[in-house]
Design a protein around this ligand. Structure first.
Ligand code: ZN
Ligand code: ZN
Length: 153
């Protein structure tokens, strides 16, 4: 696909990201085609994608993209709260869109298995932190490490 075509593709996404665009503008940023493309690459990937996977995905459509731009943009999107960054073990940080289902993970350090955890399980923790420390926890896409039921047998 040529550069021109991919630019057109991006423009068709503008409507879908108008809210994101507004948010970025309020903060003094613009939703550039590069940023938009990275965001949609994260959303396409069912979440949980690493920077390298995102890079591989966007490079086919946007050959001008380099890995440091990917890292920088991911930092920005994380800072703006549009994506979450979670260490899911194995030395790999994974990104997940913030607007998709609030959940957490149990990561087994023995077999590497990952289970999904409903956000409601952290409600008591949030309440205790608020009550005891007057601390408002921003716990999004959290990974808890340990040993799964199968490995404990
Ligand atoms: Zn997740
Ligand atoms: Zn296990």
């Amino acid at each position: 696909m040529c550069y021109r075509e991919s630019m057109l593709d991006n423009n068709s996404d503008v409507g879908r990201y108008s809210e994101t665009d507004q948010r970025l503008r309020q903060l003094g940023y613009r939703l550039t085609p590069q940023r938009m493309m990275l965001l949609s690459a994260i959303e396409e990937g069912e979440g949980h994608v690493s920077a390298e996977e995102i890079y591989a995905r966007v490079q086919s459509r946007y050959p001008g993209m380099n890995i440091s731009t990917v890292y920088r943009t991911l930092d920005l999107l994380t800072e703006l709260g549009l994506v979450t960054r979670t260490d899911m073990g194995g030395g790999v940080v994974r990104y997940h869109p913030s607007n998709k289902g609030q959940h957490h993970h149990l990561v087994c350090q023995e077999c590497g298995g990952v289970a999904e955890l409903d956000d409601s399980i952290l409600t008591p923790l949030r309440e205790s932190l608020e009550e005891k420390y007057q601390f408002q926890a921003d716990v999004r896409h959290f990974a808890i490490f340990g040993r799964c039921a199968r490995c404990r047998r």
